[in-house]
Design a protein around this ligand. Sequence first.
Ligand code: OAD
Ligand code: ZN
Length: 246
Amino acid sequence: MLLEGLDLFMDSLSKSKYIVALTGAGISTNAGIPDFRGPNGIYKRKDIPGEKIFEVSYFQQNPADFYKLFSDMVDSYANAVPTKGHLFLKKLEDIGRLKTVITQNIDGLHQKAGNTNVIEVHGSFSNFYCISCGKVFPMSEKIVSVIRKGNVPVCDACKGALKPDVVFFGEPVHGLEKALTEVQRADMLIALGTSLSVYPVATLPSYITDNTMLVIINAEPTQYDHRAKIVLHEDIDLIVERTKLL
Ligand code: OAD
Ligand code: ZN
């Protein structure tokens, strides 16, 4: 089954002209960045109040909880290097087949790998803003050193807590319309390393046209598996190695 799926995937890759990738935290686990819902995911940790940690209303009351989690992660984001999965998507762009990466990730690894058209639907850490007065602060070494110590970075104007410009539950996602247009233009949509369970991004695969081949590469089943032409329940890096495109 896996081998059949792989053969069909490789054959279809060489025929596709407008590939769009939709990625999630699973593409970065091999870079040492944990996912959320996988067996070793962040939401499985006992010291974290589950998904609440990324609720904007919870953050407003308890910014220190988020920064306690994030203090461990700030250096792993900074030092992480792209995985084979990221390099595979860069290669697909280089050979003119992949046009867009839509990512829920906030680790910047697609850009580090060299992909040029990346829609970061859940935002990024390039900016922070004050939750009291709204003042914007670009990511800086000063902010990182406060976070690294496990403290909450604060606004220099009003001492309000700074929140990264990462989309929390309760906030609108970024670039959804553009992402939707790209999905509708695609002749192949590859979802990699995402549980496809967080909305509104999880609606995107339902917008493919009749001519779009949906491919899912994810360790665990997803709600879209039955609609996909190819489903590979395997490690992403293992799969992309076997395509021999790297
Ligand atoms: P999830 O943690 O929900 O899903 C990651 C999926 O990747 C899981 O199904 C894993 O089994 C799978 N996986 C992990 N490592 C893999 C590997 N090496 N090869 C193949 N599969 C692998 O992550 P997302 O779908 O990205 O949002 O989660 C979506 C959103 O939920 C995140 O952006 C974040 C989170 O709450 C916000 O915080 C707003
Ligand atoms: Zn302020």
